[in-house]
Write a protein of this length. Structure first.
Length: 254
């Protein structure tokens, strides 16, 4: 969407705060021995307290209120009583919701407790690259140029990007135009970021794979070449200068 009034900005700020604080609290609440279903139930209660509706549950019939992916699950992991968190796990939580007709989206990957399996380097790369990408976005910048920046930075650190997972516009629906804000230079994408538009910018940084493949449950995605992936995401408003990071309270950058 494009922000055209103070009321629209306030609406986006409210829903963005709800998803951001839900994500932050879920990351802090996660602990070894807990099931991903317990963690999802906790997030659902927080969203309910804000009066917000889970976007994946309400819009797509996703079997959970948030997406929780563990270790080699790249994204869209289904919360389950059978998935028990352990120290050193690489966890991704994605929280999106609707509140009063406005939608916002954010996500974060983190290592649970000690970095027993060496995932922190990947997590840090994803966070740092998201920061650089967002702070280079303003009205008139080519979407493809930001994609090139993300992939270049990933390669510098010895990682790859996932090419079939992208950021997107958001605001009045969970997914709006621009439909694809890729993590690489798409030579066919001639679009530019527009001032006052609302977009969800996401990094998808991986150790081995370049594509994500949907599994038999219809939701969970793994890498085409295995390995691990870290994702971080903010919903922002594009301006002529520094973007407005609506989900800043999720604490991705501390």
């Amino acid at each position: 969407m494009s922000i055209t009034s103070e009321a629209e900005l306030q609406g986006m700020q409210k829903v963005s705060e709800a998803v951001a604080l839900t994500l932050r609290e879920m990351c802090a609440y996660a602990r070894p021995g807990m099931s991903t279903k317990q963690l999802d139930d906790y997030g659902a209660r927080i969203l309910m307290d804000y009066g917000a509706k889970s976007a994946p549950y309400a819009t797509y019939g996703f079997p959970g209120f948030t997406c929780i992916s563990v270790n080699k699950e790249f994204c869209h992991g289904i919360p389950s009583d059978k998935t028990i968190l352990q120290e050193g796990d690489l966890i991704n939580i994605d929280v999106s919701a609707e509140l009063n007709g406005f939608w916002a989206d954010n996500g974060a990957s983190f290592v649970l407790g000690p970095d027993l399996h060496g995932h922190q380097k990947l997590v840090d790369a994803s966070k740092d690259i998201l920061y650089k990408a967002i702070h280079n976005i303003k009205g008139g910048v080519r979407i493809a140029d930001i994609g090139q920046m993300i992939e270049t930075e990933a390669k510098k650190r010895g990682f790859r990007v996932i090419k079939n997972l992208t950021g997107h516009g958001t605001g009045r629906k969970l997914h709006e135009a621009p439909d694809e804000i890729a993590n690489y230079r798409d030579p066919f994408n001639k679009e530019r970021f527009r001032k006052n538009s609302v977009v969800a910018i996401e990094t998808f940084i991986s150790t081995d794979s370049t594509m994500a493949v949907t599994q038999s449950d219809g939701w969970t995605m793994l890498g085409n070449r295995g390995g691990y992936m870290a994702q971080h995401e903010h919903t922002i408003v594009v301006t002529d200068g520094k973007p407005v990071i609506l989900t800043e309270k999720n604490g991705i950058w501390g």
